[in-house]
Ligand binder design. Structure first.
Ligand code: URA
Length: 472
């Protein structure tokens, strides 16, 4: 029997190292007892095999799953992951079998962790505390359901990088002063009440619409267990209790106010009176906003005859707030120039406006948006198409195509052809410039020539349709 006690900080990397060593030594899952932060007198435990570079191949999906599920509070989480790792050695495709109870359970755990992390990003409330350094200092107390302090810290470091902060949780505390440091969990600290509390109360009052109160939905979004640490939550019982009366009063005072106002908001955005950029910054239609630096709106003249739609912002775009300014943007710029299209005369945008990525060390690795995210963001793309009314849209790759037409399948067969959005706007299909970047050197010249041929077609179509073909 082996006993593996994992550290409370760096748990995933430690699990990975130990699992690899155990697997290389042929240790079966029932032979290992896993704990975290519980060194025991291991009188009867065998000594662990040394960690080496023994090769161990696992499907990529497994590592993604392990990176999330490992933070779950289920005491069996390490063992479950190791058991699955074991089976995957002989049946790699099992990871795709969502009906398999081992895979299903770990997927459900990963999902619960994701939800808990999301709640944490939404419900941590910082209060200002005394600072002995040049920067302001804030502290917050939070009680997550799972061990998510460590994997959530990068989000807070990025989002609140301009202040010093500490987040205390019962399991672990994180402190930031330019770099993140972890130490033991804490009991609820005596944080001072300050103006931020009032601000939150006022904010919550102002966004609370009594006519729309759905207690169950509200509780599933903001489960009761979080209430005690949220300043604004003290208002919830009273607001629910008086909601019906206030809703009737509202209805009497202005029977059509809510839809009328909603229509006005859409209209103001459509007509350009309100800046889409500002509204987009507050978008919460899917969860991608929570880890991105900012939303990246489209860019270009509102009367551009040609609109180019990519997939989503990448790392550079996320940091700068502008579309196509990173490596794929440079490929696109060169191709546009080669075919005589001027970037400044085009409207450039993306199907999804927030960067989706997976952290790996300090890097942020691009992840394709899923269908739900593409569909959630389509509202914005439709708005852009409606405002710009381009003569032709170029769909750069399968995600843009899926958003515009409904399906992105069979891209290579469809490229170079013109299809139509359900509203009748012509869409020329082509590849995404990052596809060219991924090709081996030998294949690139031909693929680039085809890409340019597609863009030339776009330029010619605009000319034929009487649009001012954006030529130099
Ligand atoms: N890839 C895209 O699809 N859009 C960008 O803005 C950058 C890279």
């Amino acid at each position: 029997m082996y006993h593996v006690d994992l550290p409370r900080i760096g748990t995933f990397e430690a699990w990975r190292g130990k699992a690899r060593a155990l697997r290389a030594a042929g240790v079966k899952s029932h032979e290992v007892l896993w704990t975290r932060g519980e060194p025991a007198g291991d009188l009867f435990a065998d000594s662990l095999p040394p960690e080496g570079d023994a090769p161990l191949t696992v499907p990529r999906g497994f590592l993604d799953l392990a990176r999330m599920a490992i933070w779950h509070s289920d005491p069996e989480r390490f063992a479950r992951l190791y058991a699955l790792l074991d089976v995957l050695q002989t049946d790699k495709r099992l990871i795709e079998d969502r009906a398999d109870p081992r895979v299903a359970r770990l997927n459900a755990m990963a999902k619960e962790v994701g939800r808990d992390k999301h709640k944490m990003t939404a419900f941590v409330r910082f209060r200002e505390v005394d600072s002995d350094g040049p920067r302001r200092r804030f502290a917050a107390w939070f009680e997550p359901s799972h061990f998510i302090m460590e994997p959530s810290a990068p989000f807070f470091a990025k989002r609140f990088g301009d202040m010093d902060w500490s987040i205390f949780t019962p399991d672990l505390s994180a402190h930031f002063d330019g770099t993140v440091r972890f130490d033991d969990g804490a009991a609820k600290p005596p944080l001072p009440e300050d103006a931020t509390e009032d601000l939150w109360r006022t904010y919550f009052r102002s966004i609370f619409n009594p006519a729309r109160v759905k207690v169950s939905a509200m509780q599933s979004e903001m489960p009761k267990k979080y209430w005690k640490n949220l300043p604004e939550a003290s208002l919830i019982p009273e607001m629910i209790a008086t909601a019906q009366a206030r809703a009737s009063a509202m209805a009497e005072a202005a029977p059509t106010m809510a839809p009328a106002r909603a229509a006005r908001v859409t209209e103001r955005l459509r007509s350009g009176q309100d800046r889409v950029e500002d509204a987009l910054g507050a978008c919460r239609r899917c969860a991608l906003w929570s880890s991105a630096t900012q939303a990246v709106p489209g860019e270009g003249p509102l009367d551009a005859p040609l609109m180019l739609v990519g997939e989503q912002p990448g790392d550079r775009e996320d940091l700068t707030g502008r579309p196509f300014v990173g490596p794929a943007g440079q490929v696109l710029d060169r191709a546009l120039e080669a075919v005589g299209l001027v970037r400044e005369a085009l409207y450039l945008t993306n199907a999804v406006k927030h960067f989706k990525f997976r952290p790996r060390g300090k890097a942020r690795i691009h992840q394709s948006p899923d269908r739900g995210e593409v569909m959630a963001c389509k509202w914005w793309l439709d708005l852009e198409v409606e405002r710009v009314r381009p003569k032709l849209i170029v769909a750069l790759g399968a995600t843009a195509l899926a958003s515009l037409i409904g399906t992105g399948q069979g891209l290579m067969k469809r490229r170079g052809t013109v299809e139509q959005t359900p509203e009748g706007v012509p869409v020329l299909v082509t590849v995404h410039p990052s596809y060219l970047l991924r090709l081996p050197d030998a294949a690139r010249p031909e693929a680039e020539a085809l890409f340019r041929a597609d863009l030339t077609l776009a330029r010619e179509r605009i000319g034929e349709m009487g649009g001012a073909a954006p030529r130099r």
